[in-house]
Design a protein around this ligand. Structure first.
Ligand SMILES: *Cc1c(COP(=O)(O)O)cnc(C)c1O
Length: 394
């Protein structure tokens, strides 16, 4: 079928919520995707940081299909060891005490927000429900997580949004301090703002947030949906700041390509969410959990994480030598490329696709979130495609 007829069918059946690149993806191996005609694309996006072990990692496929051949789903009305094993592994490796499983980042954050408000309600009663998030943050697409998202462009059409979210400018501890009052219950941050333009928070700021949360008995929620599970070269990005959050949310890369969301809480918060207070029909699905456990155990290995950092450093150094590149920021294999005024990131990404490279944008930046397993050869080839594309402008 021609691209036009596939697009026409798409347009006749799907809500037009996505701006899509004109390519029909069909299958993939590690960091290389193939279109319906068999043409190759180096994948610097990994489905927005999702296929963390690349396409069809043999161990991942085996873990998932083994579970699929046993049973595809059990309700949370019953115990299942695949789900429990995944939870035990997550808690042990992150140092957190308990986990709730949902199906997406937004759902993980919904759980975190509910947990923070419930913690505060139990201790202080009503009226302490405000969550401070950061300007330029991104926390999801539900009505509540849109409210949590500190960007005006997301606050349209769908009124009324969930109340009691306020936005503090990032990396400004005095501003945060000034916003805390007796209605505040939590502060929610991304250690590297992803959708907001790959903006890392200062280490001192993250540590300062921890101190303010301790001082005012606020829960520190760290949204690691994009930064978590090895993306920045540590299992959790917050480890770079040597800080222990109260609540951590995970999704994207954790599932390796299958939908999962996880909200983890520290010791002492085990019983905040009681029976019947939260739930999900699909959350903790055993096939998804089998995959997530495999991803977790593969990534949480010092040699693997060292490789992520090394590949990130290699990519950064190459990117810094390319035309029109003003700045490269981010950590590990989460990189943002600031371009000069002569080029537009969307145009660059579009031309990259034509030349066999899938690359993301965030605001006006190019964004790289390749599979953590990307080979040096794939990385080199992708970078040289990008360089060739950037040379098209002068
Ligand atoms: C993608 C993302 C989300 C939302 O995740 P979904 O799975 O799309 O709901 C939330 N927070 C951050 C930091 C993200 O990058």
């Amino acid at each position: 079928m021609s691209f036009e007829s596939v697009k026409a069918q798409h347009d006749s059946a799907l809500m037009p919520t996505y701006g899509r690149f004109p390519v029909i993806l069909n299958h993939g191996r590690n960091a290389t995707a193939f279109d319906d005609g068999g043409a190759e694309y180096i994948d610097f996006g990994s489905g927005i940081g999702v296929t963390s072990l690349g396409y069809c990692d043999p161990g991942y496929v085996k873990a998932v299909t083994t579970q699929l051949n046993m049973a595809q789903h059990f309700s949370n009305l019953y115990y299942n060891e695949t789900q429990i094993d995944c939870a035990v592994s997550l808690c042990r490796r992150t140092g957190m005490a308990r986990v709730f499983f949902g199906n997406s980042g937004a759902e993980a954050n919904e759980c975190a927000i509910k947990l923070a408000r419930k913690y505060s309600f139990d201790k202080y009663g009503k009226g302490r429900s405000t969550v401070i998030t950061l300007c330029n943050s991104f926390h999801g697409r539900t009505v509540t997580t849109l409210a949590a998202t500190g960007q005006d462009v997301f606050h349209n059409y769908f009124f009324p949004f969930t109340g009691d979210f306020v936005y503090a400018p990032a990396n400004d501890l005095d501003a945060l301090k000034a916003m805390i009052d007796d209605t505040t219950c939590a502060v929610m941050i991304e250690c590297v703002q992803g959708e907001g333009g790959v903006m890392p928070l200062d280490t001192a700021y993250i540590q300062g947030v921890r101190a303010l949360c301790d001082q005012h008995d606020l829960l520190m929620i760290v949204d690691e949906v994009q930064t978590g599970i090895g993306r920045t070269g540590k299992l959790l990005a917050v480890e770079h700041a040597d800080v222990k959050p109260d609540v951590v949310t995970l999704a994207k890369g954790l599932g390796g390509g299958l939908p999962i969301g996880a909200c983890l809480c520290r010791e002492g918060l085990e019983d905040v969410m009681g029976v019947g207070m939260h739930g999900s029909t699909f959350g903790g699905n055993p096939v998804v959990c089998a995959g997530a456990k495999y991803v977790l155990e593969t990534v949480d290995n010092p040699d693997f994480l060292k490789m992520v950092s090394a590949k990130g450093d290699f990519a950064r150094r190459r990117l810094e030598t390319m035309p029109h590149v003003k700045e490269v920021r981010g950590m590990g294999l989460m990189l943002g490329v600031v371009l000069d005024d002569k080029v537009n990131a969307k145009d660059v990404a579009n031309l990259c696709v034509k030349c066999g490279l899938l690359i993301l944008t965030a605001k006006s930046l190019l964004r790289l979130l390749p599979p953590l397993t990307i080979s040096k050869d794939e990385l080199r080839r992708g970078l040289s495609i990008l360089e060739t594309v950037l040379k098209e402008w002068n």
